[in-house]
Design a protein around this ligand. Structure first.
Ligand code: 26W
Length: 824
């Protein structure tokens, strides 16, 4: 038998149906210890996962060797969050094994799609920022760019959301309970991380004064490696997540003295560092453990990188030649003083040389302008945990402010605005300033966001270093969010434009001529209807609510936050309800309103909005006068897996944040890629999506960011708006009357009063424009030919929003990195 033929049959790497089936049986037997007859769905998942993993390792090892022997620069993505979603389906897709594996499993009497649902997803992120990191890892591998993703292996990811009596409750996400076949622990890759204590000075052998950090205690970081496959290439990059461990897992002295708790205390304290992901999205928490988490993963990662530079190039000074590190928001910004510390204290570099290296190595992405989300740390706390870093930061600040003084000739106000440390009674360390000073590039995540960054929170920095600033509009991976989430659409596009578009989304433009083709339109509608049927089944299984798949699916799926204005959509629904009650013969396009998303556990108002959705849903869905026309659904536990059910089924995508507040949004891209039309404000990437798909194919409404500012400065009074709009007044009254809360008038008072009195996100100001726009949406939907035309054009013109485009821009304009091709 030839080598090739033998390989094809090989139980561990063969790709034929026959080899795959043997592999599945083999893994089932030797890994789970079960026969096919006795196997549970989870056993089958494990067998399938190992069968796939076996076929990933050759690429993983070959890639590492190829990168090592090339002199190319490696991108290190520093992110406290990676919202990866299930690996199995994605890896099968990227390996090109879908059809053969489906067949192999079929021959064993197993439905592969059912088994895919068994995987608990690694939800190691809150929302947009964490999911973006996952999309970027996918694109880096697909574009064959040497890259390592560094982060934290949280034992518990983002909480699971359950709904009890309409209220959100949080359940621990024990995603590792059944083991994790996708990670390869590297027990020898462990680094010490110091915490607490004090510093002192000593004289080195050659007479230099040096600083020494005497910590309170030391924990260890152990590497857990997950291979990240590129799509249709051999290149397989590395996601390296750190787990914290104690040096001494058990203290025999304490045990012998009968103190059983003290015997394991060190272990408990150390392991707490990587125990759980903080569930706060866009609000600063200032918790000690969070600071420790950030420092922990950054320190392990930098020690790892310095080791690699030393090993491969012999000199840590060559760090920026070997690596460039992207800071995913300020969460990893302690990397800047940490690299300084490693270079100065542990490798004896001078300040000047160390600063040169550091400043050439980091680039910073800002993901939010919301003041409450900008990280600051109390100096007291910071000093207690990281005393040496504070000294380094003081020195960075002093030298930086000297530069500002020289440039702006003693403009004291500017100096105090720009300082890394605020001059309050309880001074705080401003992490965005630290990130800006220590990086050679600073970017926002959409055109409007970057321009606001330059004119608001980072204006002083922009005036000092305009050349450092650039925009990198976000993108999302079409592999997961089209190919994996929407197989029928993928097939239809394949048939229309050929199979290369998943790697080159510009090719989607060949769909344009088909937008008016009647028979293509009808296939397009069929694909959408199929997805809506599937979602309807899912909804009825999960919530017990029956929905009509032929109604318009109007979906808002994202974290709950007042600036995202889920309650604006609610006011629309309540107004429609009112209209239908007043006029039972009113003829409107039937709609199903679907909400999904989590609220931060401590964010009371967001949780109250979730409760109101459930209350409104209960009333409307049980009212026979209206429930043939409108329905309201809340799909619990929005995560990557559930998201993949939602995007394909959407007719209308709600992107209705207050203009100027949403940095980019990425759900907007995922919906549009699946043929949903967008109703949205001129905010974040909506602006560019609208430009790309054409303004006639996008439902725009609302105040612009500039108008929002004007209204707020001009003393915005929502009361006046409400008084002049009876329909809005009615909607608010319906809530406060207790109509949706069994007569309880207090329940939603905080929400309604806030809208009447403050309305900081201008819900009332945008209400009329939103309702009028929605009326137009409803009318357009009735013309299904025209709607389908718009839907096809959305997909045809959305190519720009692939994360491949975004990563290519980062690679060319910030990182200056080139691909390195791994070959068999
Ligand atoms: C300190 C607490 C905290 C936690 C998370 C503050 C801020 C964050 C993130 C910056 C919030 C976030 O995820 N931002 C989102 O990033 C996405 C990717 O760039 C954007 O698409 C979203 O618009 C932005 O809200």
């Amino acid at each position: 038998m030839s080598d090739v033929a033998e390989r094809a049959l090989h139980t561990r790497v063969g790709r034929s149906v026959d080899a795959l089936r043997r592999s599945l049986i083999d893994n089932l037997f030797y890994i789970t210890g079960r026969s096919l007859q006795k196997a549970t769905p989870n056993d089958l998942y494990i067998a399938l996962a190992y069968t796939v993993r076996d076929r990933m390792l050759e690429g993983f090892i070959t890639t590492a060797e190829t990168y090592k022997s090339s002199s190319a620069r490696t991108v290190c993505y520093f992110s406290a969050e990676y919202l990866l979603g299930p690996h199995l389906g994605n890896n099968i897709l990227n390996l090109g094994l879908w059809d053969n594996l489906t067949q192999a499993m079929l021959e064993m009497g197993v439905d592969m799609e059912t088994i895919l649902q068994e995987e608990p997803e690694p939800g190691l992120g809150n929302g947009g920022l964490g999911r973006l990191a996952a999309c970027y890892m996918d694109s880096l591998a697909t574009l064959q760019i040497p890259a390592i993703g560094y982060g934290i292996r949280y034992e518990f990811g983002l909480f699971q959301q359950v709904i009890k009596n309409g209220w959100q409750e949080e359940v621990t996400d024990a995603w590792l309970r059944n083991g994790n076949p996708w990670e390869l622990p590297d027990r020898e890759r462990r680094y010490p991380v110091k915490l607490g204590g004090h510093t002192d000075q000593y004289q080195s052998e050659n007479g230099h004064l040096r600083a020494r950090w005497v910590p309170d205690y030391t924990v260890y970081g152990v590497a857990y490696d997950t291979p990240i496959l590129g799509y249709g290439v051999l290149n397989t990059n590395l996601l390296r997540l750190w787990k914290s461990e104690a040096y001494n897992a058990f203290n025999f002295q304490a045990f012998n003295m009968g103190n059983h708790c003290a015997a394991v205390e060190e272990k408990v304290v150390a392991e707490n560092l990587s125990k759980v992901l903080y569930p706060n999205d866009a609000s600063e928490v200032g918790k000690e453990l969070r600071l420790k988490q950030q420092y922990f993963f950054v320190s392990c990662s930098l020690q790892d990188m310095v080791r690699i530079v030393q090993h491969d190039l012999g000199d840590p000074a060559l760090f920026p030649e070997k690596f460039v590190a992207q800071l995913n928001d300020t969460h990893p910004a302690i990397a800047i003083p940490e690299l300084m510390r490693l270079l100065i204290d542990e490798h004896a570099f001078t300040w000047e040389v160390a600063w040169d290296i550091t400043r050439s190595s980091f680039a910073y992405t800002n993901h939010t302008l919301l003041p409450e989300a900008l990280e600051t740390w109390s100096l007291d706390l910071f000093k207690r945990i990281l005393p040496r870093h504070l000294e380094i930061i003081y020195e960075i600040n002093q030298r930086f402010l000297d530069e500002v003084r020289l440039r702006f000739l003693y403009d004291d106000q500017r100096i105090s605005r720009m300082s890394l440390i605020s001059d309050e009674t309880n001074p705080r360390l401003r992490m965005a300033h630290l990130a800006a000073v220590g990086s050679f590039a600073i970017n926002g995540v959409s055109a409007i966001h970057t321009s606001l960054l330059k004119t608001t929170v980072m204006q002083d920095f922009y005036e000092l270093w305009p050349e450092k600033f650039c925009n990198k509009t976000n993108g999302v991976t079409p592999r997961r969010f089209i190919a994996l989430a929407n197989r029928p659409l993928t097939k239809l596009i394949d048939d229309a434009v050929g199979g290369d578009w998943l790697k080159n989304m510009a090719l989607l433009k060949h769909l344009e001529p088909l937008a008016s083709d009647i028979s293509f339109q009808s296939r397009w509608r069929e694909v959408k209807l199929t997805a809506k049927h599937q979602l309807s089944n899912h909804i009825s299984q999960v919530t017990g609510i029956t929905v009509d798949p032929t109604s318009m699916f109007d979906i808002q799926a994202k974290r709950f936050h007042e600036y995202k204005r889920q309650h604006l959509s609610l006011l629309h629904i309540i107004s429609l309800y009112h209209r239908l009650k007043c006029n039972p013969n009113l003829c409107i396009a039937p709609r199903t309103f679907i909400f999904s998303g989590k609220a931060a556990p401590g964010y009371g108002m967001a949780k109250l909005i979730i409760k109101l959705i459930h209350s409104v849903a209960e009333t409307i869905n049980h009212d026979p006068q209206v429930n043939q026309t409108i329905k309201v659904v809340f799909l619990p536990n929005f995560n990557v897996k559930n998201a993949q059910h939602l995007y394909p089924a959407a007719d209308l995508s709600e992107q209705i944040s207050t203009a100027g507040k949403e940095a980019s949004g990425t759900g907007n891209m995922k919906f549009s890629m699946n043929g949903a039309l967008t109703i949205g404000t001129l905010d974040g990437a909506n602006v560019e999506i609208r430009e790309a798909v054409g303004e006639e194919n996008f439902f725009l409404f609302g105040l612009t960011a500039a108008q929002v500012q004007e209204r707020l400065i001009g003393g915005y009074q929502p009361r006046l708006v409400i008084e002049s709009d009876t329909e809005l007044e009615n909607a608010l009254n319906m809530i406060s009357s207790g109509l949706f809360s069994h007569g309880d008038r207090q329940l939603f008072a905080p929400l309604v009063n806030n809208l009447r009195e403050q309305d900081p996100y201008l819900v009332c100001a945008d209400y009329r424009a939103y309702l009028d726009c929605q009326d137009n949406v409803g009318k357009q939907y009735l013309n299904s030919e025209r709607w389908t035309h718009m839907s096809i054009l959305n997909v045809a013109r959305i190519g720009r929003f692939s994360s491949d485009r975004a990563i290519q821009e980062y690679a060319d304009e910030i990182w200056k990195v080139v691909p390195v091709f791994a070959k068999p």
